[in-house]
Design a protein around this ligand. Sequence first.
Ligand code: SF4
Length: 319
Amino acid sequence: MHHNEIFPRFRKGKVLTPGNFGCLKGIPTLNITNGCLFRCTYCYARGYTQAPREGEIHLYVNLSSLLEEELARRRIFPPWIILNTSSDCFQSHPDILSVAYEVIRTLLDRGIGISFLTKGVIPQRFIDLFGRSPEKILAQIGLVSLSDRYWREYEPGTPSPDKRIENIQRLKEIGIVPEIRIDPIIPFVTDTEIEAMTLLRQLQEKGVKKVTLSYLHLRPAIYQQLMKELSPLHRRVIESCFRTQEWKAIGSSTKTKLLPKTIREKGYQRIKEIGERLGITAAICQCKNPDLKGDLCSSGRVKAVLGKRTPAQLPLFRC
Ligand code: SF4
C-alpha cells in the first residue's frame, strides 16, 4: 500500500469561503486537510491543481483558532457549514481527528450546523458531541457496495464497509439517521440487481430511509488515476463504458465525461425500484446528472433552506 505522511500546515486568512459548485453554491465549506489518507481511486480532489504530492497530507493545525478569530469578527454566523468537500474529517489518524474535533466543537458551540459526507469511522467522542445538538448535524455516509471486491479495487485505503455501517447505529442512538451516498456507482459492477439488493437490504435493517445515487463520472485526472490503479478487468469496464462519450463542461469542471444516458437511466431506475420495495427513498444527485431529472440531496436541502430565508428571519443563528 502507498505510504502516506502527514505534514502540519498553518493556514492564513479567511477560512469560511462559500462553495462554488452545484448544490454547495453559496454555503461556506471547510476542509481539515489538503489531501486525504483514504486515496480513493476515483477521487476528483486528488487531481486538483492545489492538491499536495501523492502520499502527502497537509493538516491545518491552526484551523480551530483561526475559525474562532474569524467568527469573533462576524456579526452574523453562517447557519450551516459543509465539511469534507475535498477531504474527509474522519480520516483514521489521531492528529487529524483531534483538529477535526476542535473545529466541529467550535462550530457547534456557536450554533452553526455541519453537513458532512464521510467514508471514515466516526469515533464515539464525536458522537457524544453531536448528541448535544443532533438537529445541527446532517450526516452522510459514503457507501457504494458491501462487496470486498469493490472495496479492495476502488477504495482500498478506506475503512471496510462493515465499519462504515457501524456509524449508522452509533448515530441512530443519538437520534440522527444518516443519509447514505451511493457514489460512484460503477456500471456493471455495483449496479446489478443482486449488488443493489444486498446493500439496500442491509441499509433497511439499519433503519436508513434515504440514499442518494450517482454514477461514476470522469475527469481527465480521475481517468488517469483509474487506469493506473485498477486491475485490467476493471480498467476495461471503465474504458468500454466511456469510450463513446465526449468530454463536456459540467458544473465547475470544463472536462467531464458522463456515462451514456441509457446506462444511467436504467441503473437509477433499477436501484430506485429496489429502494421503493424496501421503504428507502433513492434520490439522484442533480449536480452530477444535469441531463436527468434530479432530486435534492441534503446539501441541496441546506441551500433550499438558506435560499428561502433572510438572515433576519434566522434569529437563532445570530451572535
Ligand atoms: S474519502 Fe473523499 S476526499 Fe478522501 S480520497 Fe476518498 S473521495 Fe477523496
